[in-house]
Design a protein around this ligand. Structure first.
Ligand SMILES: [Zn+2]
Ligand SMILES: [Zn+2]
Length: 280
């Protein structure tokens, strides 16, 4: 018999429902090919891809974990809160997501305005044309795609470095919900809140504060983390008795260049998923 720790799960992926390039069902196929037993479906502020993922997962004989990655802001810094096993059809929860959409739309409009101020000709219609399905939401990678098309930058990375990332010229971060509010939304939807990629915030005080606030785990293993980050956050997870999770943050590849990492590059053993379920 296969031991539980030999079964692996990648808990962080994006699809065409947000800023990923593959439909949810395609991600499930890739997970199966990568030998995974479970895949977390964690689109930005959206659960629109979960049903499709579950359907394909049933065909493939693996598990699609219903999830989300909620965008929050603390002191001008994006902070992402992952939620797993959420009641994704809950009406109140879906209404809350609609509200989050407004923050997202406002931010996109502000960034385009800033790009225009910098003399770059880019219109919202061009960005909206980049979404791959009607129920998708729009994010910075879509703006980046237009910048690449126009030859203003060559790669996604360059688009973020020069314009859209935290130190970019067109970066804006208007008021959004706080990380605590993100945690609350996930808990109210019956889910397990986990802090995404703590290593990129450079704010461990906040990480500890959120642990005390009630997050059930931190994403220790992520493609943007260094080995030291992994060590530090594994220790932190052990110290506070919370879960250490992992995910590739897969978005697919644009122009042959992978944004974050392929499915299956950062995984946990399935017993972490079991422990997650046990906290429900
Ligand atoms: Zn994230
Ligand atoms: Zn992500």
């Amino acid at each position: 018999m296969v031991k539980l720790e030999q079964l692996r799960a990648d808990l962080h992926t994006h699809s065409t429902v947000s800023d990923g390039l593959n439909p949810p069902s395609e991600n499930i196929k890739l997970a199966k090919e990568a030998g995974l037993i479970a895949l977390g479906i964690t689109d930005h502020d959206s659960v629109a891809g979960i049903d499709e993922a579950i359907q394909m997962a049933n065909i493939m004989g693996i598990e699609a974990i219903p999830g989300i990655e909620i965008s929050t802001v603390e002191q001008g810094q994006d902070v992402h809160v992952l939620g797993y096993f959420i009641q994704y059809k809950d009406q109140r929860f879906l209404k809350q997501l609609k509200e989050l959409e407004k923050f997202r739309d406002r931010r996109n409009a502000m960034m385009i305005e800033k790009l225009n101020e910098l003399g770059i000709d880019i219109k919202m219609e061009e960005v909206l044309a980049k979404i791959r399905r009607e129920d998708a939401n729009v994010g910075r990678p879509h703006i980046a795609e237009v910048l690449i098309d126009k030859g203003i930058v060559q790669t996604m990375e360059e688009a973020f470095d020069l314009y859209l990332g935290k130190n970019g010229q067109a970066y804006v971060n208007p008021i959004r919900i706080s990380p605590e509010e993100g945690v609350d939304i996930i808990k109210e939807a019956g889910g397990v809140p986990i802090l995404a990629h703590p290593g990129i915030y450079d704010n461990d005080e906040m990480v500890v504060r959120l642990i005390r606030y009630g997050i059930k785990g931190i994403e220790v293993y992520h493609p943007d983390h260094s080995e030291e980050d992994e060590k530090k956050y594994q220790q932190m997870a052990d110290q506070y008795g919370i879960l250490a999770t992992a995910g590739s943050d897969f978005h697919g590849s644009r122009g042959g260049i992978m944004f974050h990492a392929p499915i299956g590059t950062k995984t946990v053993s399935y017993d972490i998923v079991e422990k997650m379920k046990a906290t429900l």
